[in-house]
Ligand binder design. Sequence first.
Ligand SMILES: [Zn+2]
Length: 147
Amino acid sequence: MSEAGCPFCAIIDGRAPAAIVLSDERVLAFMDLRQAVPGHVLVIPRRHVADIYALPLDDAAAVMQTAVRVAQALRAEYDPPGLNLWQSNGAAAGQEVLHFHLHLHARRPGDGLFRLYPKGLPSHSSASWREAAAQALRLRLAGQELP
Ligand SMILES: [Zn+2]
């Protein structure tokens, strides 16, 4: 289902151009316009969902299967020494387009792209905090309803 005003739905519908890497009945993979690093690909579900919270499991599986295939193609084509998968949900996480998307970034030392973790360990890294957090999440998983 296409969403008015969504730039990724416009690509899916053929109303906006994109350099397509892979297209099938569930997903589309295309070159990111900004190419943060050479070999920067986006994988999106054809179905418009804003974020991971709305992503049906079958679309999630299709996105990840495509990511694995695209990763193999990126390695064969660019032979990068590293590869990141990057996915953001919500403005606080830096999500700019509200259509679920998974980035693949071919990485090279010194490429200037992000460093994920700050140096040092924050106070909530204790073993007891981690165990309490895991217990809380196990309870959430047991009672969850999925899209
Ligand atoms: Zn969309």
